[in-house]
Design a protein around this ligand. Structure first.
Ligand code: HEC
Length: 263
């Protein structure tokens, strides 16, 4: 039987796949076979994997679309990976099998879905799959070197306005966050500049009030979007509290916002 020659069958809708663990298990088996058939021996022992690179590349390439608690990512475009694998983990599915599923998904995502093919390849794909398979539906937090492999979102030093300019960079690691989740400025015209080196498209908008993840205050101004580069917006601010946030769909809800205090 040549698995590779057979075109992939259309997949059932995600909701159905997620609510049918038995189906998931057989799909997992298929993907594992595919991964082995395609890669010769691509499902290696966990000891061969570089989990630190796996985590960093997961955050950079996958986290904008997927939630994974241990990686601190909160993307909402694709399925929450902890939820997607929880039933299988609880049923005792081996994490080495999940690793094959994840690697198969990286190579062969649903062609009609939003997930691009081959976002990572070779050893990097194996490392990402190893990290994801170790992390999914695994309570607690990463420890040691793995904990510090990626800076927690928004944990940078607060941004402080100087000469009318406030620099608030987007997380360079690809997280849906700005480097700092706090900023301060003096009243008057303020140019808010966002540098973004992540490759994920973001902008920065300023809203009155402290609306957090889901505010609906008046938007005073918004920059253009960029995936790589620097954009800026100038707003006139009175003393008070404001929120800066990214207007890409889902990014604010996923944590891409911060509080600006104007004195
Ligand atoms: C542009 C958004 C996007 C990016 C980036 C992305 N994915 Fe996905 N992913 C999706 C969507 C949408 C689905 C569901 C449709 C499908 O199966 O292709 C999905 C499905 C998955 C699944 C299957 C989950 C299930 O319920 O069966 C896994 C595993 C996965 N992605 C892992 C990854 C990994 C690892 C990366 C990074 C290398 C990544 N994704 C990057 C959007 C994305």
């Amino acid at each position: 039987m040549s698995l590779l020659a057979t075109p992939p069958e259309p997949r059932p809708p995600l909701r159905r796949r997620l609510s049918a663990p038995a189906q998931r298990l057989s799909a997992a088996g298929m993907l594992l076979m595919l991964a082995i058939a395609a890669g010769g021996c691509s499902v290696k022992g966990a000891d061969n994997a570089d989990l630190i690179e796996g985590k960093q590349m997961f955050v950079a390439k996958c986290g904008a679309c997927h939630t994974l608690a241990r990686a601190n990512t909160r993307g909402l475009v694709g399925p929450n990976l902890d939820e997607a694998f929880r039933a299988s983990v609880n049923e005792g599915l081996q994490r080495s099998t999940i690793r094959g599923v994840v690697e198969g998904q990286i190579r062969n995502p649903n062609p009609e879905g939003a997930m691009p093919k081959d976002l990572v390849s070779g050893a990097t794909a194996r490392n990402v799959a190893a990290y994801v398979s170790a992390a999914v539906a695994n309570p607690g937090q990463d420890t040691g070197l793995l904990a510090s492999a990626v800076e927690p979102p928004g944990a940078g030093k607060p941004a402080v306005e100087s000469a009318g300019k406030l620099q608030i960079a987007a997380s360079p690691s690809g997280q849906l966050a700005y480097v700092s989740s706090k900023a301060s400025a003096t009243a008057g015209a303020v140019t808010v500049e966002m540098a973004n080196m992540s490759g994920v498209s973001h902008n920065i908008a300023i809203e009155a009030g402290s609306g957090g993840a889901s505010g609906s205050g008046t938007v005073l101004g918004a920059s253009q979007f960029t995936a790589k580069g620097t954009v800026a917006v100038t707003v006139k601010l009175k003393p008070g509290t404001y929120t800066y946030f990214c207007q890409a769909p889902g990014h604010r809800a996923a944590g891409m916002f911060g509080t600006l205090t104007v004195k």
